[in-house]
Design a protein around this ligand. Structure first.
Ligand code: PLP
Length: 250
């Protein structure tokens, strides 16, 4: 670990690595946005990041956005929902989030639209697509994407689709990880050909602490980074991607 391990210095280190990965493949150094992921970290750590210039934070549980929203109201934070969202929690996201990157099924899109209409708001949304064959990962199956985008564009005006999001396979095998990112970019290129009115697909949210440089090389416009900025978390991945309700409650 670097001697200076404050959140500000780790943010700067991650920014440097993002810029270097972009330059390596001939992309502009500033073509990739960093979304710090503050899940499980409290007010103090978030305020430290705010001081270092961060305004948007990713969270993957609606309850956690709700519990941080009021205490941090003075910081002017934009909360970005990036985790699996149960339909019955759509109301919290409609009220408190500036954006959702984990829009992964039509019943959720319908529930969010209804709540957003009630709030008189519209939010940006990325569609989470399943790009790995791991049975566990959430995401819309790629073959359902065209129909999904058409339905949102036609029926759900409060969701402004701006791009796609994915989680790569959780593997040491770099080629397998890279294939997931490439798949998302290819899907985006295919969907652009369809030119669905009202749908923009400029953004590709892909890459986390363990794989973001590969994601940037494959065209990511936005990386979601938790551990490399805030440090390790005490819970395992099943807490964040609960396969069953028992794991979610742990
Ligand atoms: C936790 C999380 C991240 C960040 O993961 P790190 O490995 O800590 O960088 C990114 N995306 C999603 C959807 C997450 O839940």
């Amino acid at each position: 670990m670097n001697q200076d391990s404050s959140i500000a210095s780790r943010l700067a280190q991650v920014q440097d690595r993002i810029r270097n990965a972009a330059l390596k493949v001939g992309r502009a150094a500033d073509s990739v946005t960093l979304l710090p992921v503050s899940k499980t970290f409290g007010e103090e750590a978030i305020r430290e990041a705010v001081k270092a210039g961060v305004r948007r934070f990713g969270e993957n549980k609606a309850q956690e956005i709700r519990s941080k929203y009021e205490p941090l109201a003075d910081c002017g934070i934009e909360w970005v929902m990036i985790g699996h969202l149960q339909t019955n929690k759509a109301k919290d996201v409609a009220r408190m989030a500036s954006e959702i990157q984990s829009l992964d099924r039509i019943d959720l899109a319908i529930a969010l639209d209804r709540r957003l209409q009630q709030e008189g708001r519209a939010i940006d949304a990325l569609v989470q697509v399943k790009t790995s064959s791991e049975p566990s990962k959430y995401g819309l199956p790629p073959e359902e994407l065209p129909g999904f985008l058409r339905q949102v564009a036609r029926d759900l005006p409060t969701l402004r689709i701006k791009g796609l999001m994915t989680l790569a396979i959780n593997a040491k095998d770099e080629a397998a990880v890279r294939a997931c990112f490439r798949k998302l970019r290819d899907l985006r290129d295919q969907m652009r050909q369809e030119a669905i009115a009202g749908i923009e697909l400029d953004r590709l949210s892909m890459g986390m602490s363990g794989d973001f440089e590969i994601a940037v090389e494959e065209g990511s416009t936005e990386v979601r980074i938790g551990t490399a900025i805030f440090g390790g978390r005490i819970y395992g991945d099943d807490y964040y991607w609960p396969e069953n309700p028992a794991a979610a409650r742990r």
